[in-house]
Design a protein around this ligand. Structure first.
Ligand code: PLP
Length: 391
């Protein structure tokens, strides 16, 4: 591959901390997990001295974090959860695994984010929660969603897999909602291979999340460590879904670098935008439905993914062209209601969510990570420009 889609930046500093964990007694649910959770909570209120840090519960993935959050908020059988078709399968999987029904609503053409007006229109007596997705690391319109949630007495669980760094209208993940869930999967801005975290301001919800991530038992092994033996009890049906100390040690080292890495990605975004709009005039035009060539930015993004929108008839040819040139790509995402399982389960034919479908038919994610060199960026820009004119 000439330009990889993503390259992690884990190095010696992370390896040193990881080795220290190996030398200690606790490999999981021990002091590293607790320290990372504290540090992430503090990061989320950085620069806001008067604000208390939220509770953070480390998990083995965002997917499991979403499921735990639904369970901890008593969302399940008979409940509807409003979410977006422009997301990864985990979002709807979590809702279905909790026993609830995902109710999809279309997205805004300019951003691909869930459209609050459509959320409002989809709320019924059975609706229990809204699960917005902060696509590509841009916060959905949380102020509008919170307003709707208050009027309809709904919970909000944010799928914030694409960023911890994000802010819009003065709102950060987990600030106005019942819970927000992050991913530390292999291609995420901060990673330990697989990992996640749930953030909540509510201490009862946090306690329940801690129990649910650990089978549903009353005490973890580290709670029971030292002193005399204490019996534990199984309080409710839970999962094995905790973060490990090995993984937390990797995340702890990366957290203080989050802002610097975001700034590096932002410079790449600016360069990509400038050069791509200059080289590919078609990207300056929006489609009849209002889907632009490059999505519009809202607030302070994490810049997790950089996507371009090609004409639907040319998208797959462009993917092939970039692949042949050795440029890594991804599709984030094809509208999820069109995927086989959800077709069988939800019966939402093509045409139901025209904007998400159009984005899904057009979108290509190109390489984006802080250490992507200018020459590699140029290679990507050149290949995209060539592909647009050739195809
Ligand atoms: C929008 C979204 N939600 C949830 C997830 C699931 O994250 P994880 O792989 O940590 O379970 C992803 C992962 O890519 C995602 O992109």
């Amino acid at each position: 591959m000439s330009v990889e889609f993503y390259r992690h930046q884990l190095g010696e500093a992370e390896a040193v901390e990881w080795r220290k964990v190996l030398e200690g007694a606790f490999l999981t649910l021990g002091p590293q997990v607790a320290a990372f959770e504290r540090a992430l909570g503090e990061y989320l209120v950085r620069g806001r001295e008067s604000q208390a840090a939220p509770h953070v519960v480390g998990t083995n993935s965002c997917s499991m974090g979403l499921l735990l959050a639904l369970r901890a908020l008593d969302v399940g059988e008979g409940d509807e959860v409003i979410t977006t078709p422009m997301t990864f399968a985990s979002t709807t999987n979590a809702i279905l695994l909790a026993g609830a029904t995902p109710v999809l609503v279309d997205v805004e053409p300019a951003t691909g984010l869930i459209d609050p007006a459509r959320v409002e229109a989809a709320a019924t007596k059975r609706t229990k929660a809204i699960m917005p997705v902060h696509l590509y690391g841009q916060l959905a319109d949380m102020r509008a969603l919170v307003d709707i949630a208050r009027r309809h007495n709904l919970r909000i669980i944010e799928d914030s897999a694409h960023g911890i760094e994000i802010e819009r209208d003065g709102v950060r993940p987990g600030e106005l909602s019942d819970a927000a869930v992050f991913s530390f999967y292999a291609t995420k801005n901060m990673t330990c291979g697989d990992g996640g975290a749930v953030v909540t301001k509510n201490s009862d919800v946090a306690d329940r999340l801690r129990r649910l991530r650990n089978h549903g038992v009353s005490k973890s092994a580290s709670d029971r460590h030292g002193g005399t033996y204490q019996h534990w009890d199984l309080i409710e049906l839970g999962y094995k879904a905790n973060l490990t100390d090995l993984d937390a040690s990797l995340l702890r080292v990366q957290l203080p670098k989050a802002e610097e890495k975001r700034a590096a990605r932002e410079s790449i975004v600016k360069r990509y935008e400038l050069e791509l709009l200059r080289r590919v005039p078609a990207l300056r035009e929006a489609s009849p439905q209002g889907v632009p060539g490059l999505i519009e930015r809202r607030g302070r993004g994490s810049h997790h993914l950089f996507t371009i929108h090609a004409p639907p008839a040319k998208r797959d040819a462009l993917l092939t062209h970039l692949g042949k040139r050795g440029i890594g790509t991804a599709v984030n995402y094809r509208a999820i209601h069109l995927l086989t399982y959800l077709q069988d389960r939800l019966h939402l034919p093509r045409g139901t969510f025209p904007i998400a479908e159009e984005i899904g038919d057009r979108t290509i994610s190109i390489p984006m990570f802080p250490t992507l060199s200018e020459s590699a960026q140029d290679e990507v820009i050149e290949a995209v420009a060539q592909g647009f004119t050739a195809s």
